[in-house]
Design a protein around this ligand. Sequence first.
Ligand SMILES: NC(=O)C1=CN([C@@H]2O[C@H](COP(=O)(O)OP(=O)(O)OC[C@H]3O[C@@H](n4cnc5c(N)ncnc54)[C@H](OP(=O)(O)O)[C@@H]3O)[C@@H](O)[C@H]2O)C=CC1
Ligand SMILES: O=C(O)[C@@H]1CCC=N1
Length: 266
Amino acid sequence: MRPTRILMIGAGRMAEAVLSGILKQANPAIEKITLTNRQDKERLELLKERYGVHVSSNWEEEAKDHDVILLASPPATHDVILKRLGELIDGQLVLTVAAGIDTTYMEERLPKGTPVCWIMPNTAAQIGESISTYTCGHYVNPQHREMIAFILEAIGESAELSEQQVHDLTAVTGSAPAFVYAFVEAMEEAAVENGVTAEQARSLVTKMLSGSAAMLAAGHSPQDLRDQVASPGGSTAAGLEVLEKRHYKEAIKAAVKATNAHARGE
Ligand SMILES: NC(=O)C1=CN([C@@H]2O[C@H](COP(=O)(O)OP(=O)(O)OC[C@H]3O[C@@H](n4cnc5c(N)ncnc54)[C@H](OP(=O)(O)O)[C@@H]3O)[C@@H](O)[C@H]2O)C=CC1
Ligand SMILES: O=C(O)[C@@H]1CCC=N1
């Protein structure tokens, strides 16, 4: 990979997750990383101290001097940022991790020929365990792809999909960890109500979840796994019946739909 300077616009949770992943890879080709935001100077100082990166509260002054520009600011800021960026850059690779901001949206606001990529990670990026979907614009070449792969590998695993699929799966890969954590909260509350400490509840539920995920990762289907747990006429079946009566699956699918619709600004 050519020596590369990366600029991040936005210095919040997702920017830090990507940054820490990149730094763990210790790639000598990364010449410089600059993190920027608009207001929170304390946050920039903290990131500078923690990671030894450059920081600035004026990304416009930095854009020309960087080869790769990653937007990690809220979706609503993208219209203004991309249009201004278009006046400053000359062929740099532009990426975003923002929900709902696809490559068509980016290309419409940047000069013709600008290589763009839309990545939809999740917060497990912080520990290099994200499953990220992504899609590339019309002007991405093999060298750009090398850089995109480097960033994606820094935060976990990835799947290249169509723009439509990244939209449709935003809830399933980007937001669903929050649905899982809500399930965990309910399970922990139930455990505590049944007499264990909060710490015991956390440990029991976490292990139950990681064991279940490992069974899925081993290739078993969720239906088979569910059937293995629920002996016919047994106690789990009684619990599943309650979930079914309360429209468990429908509730989850409705949450996916609402998340995706919001991300698309609907
Ligand atoms: N959190 C998640 O699980 C995921 C988030 N994303 C996407 O990542 C992006 C960031 O989310 P997240 O990190 O959670 O949010 P945070 O609130 O943690 O970070 C947002 C950052 O953007 C900065 N910012 C806001 N407005 C501007 C602006 N006009 N110019 C420059 N910087 C700005 C903020 O700093 P300041 O206010 O000081 O300017 C802050 O550093 C969003 O677009 C979101 O859709 C994608 C997948 C998962
Ligand atoms: O809640 C959000 O808007 C972002 C998008 C995907 C996950 N978090």
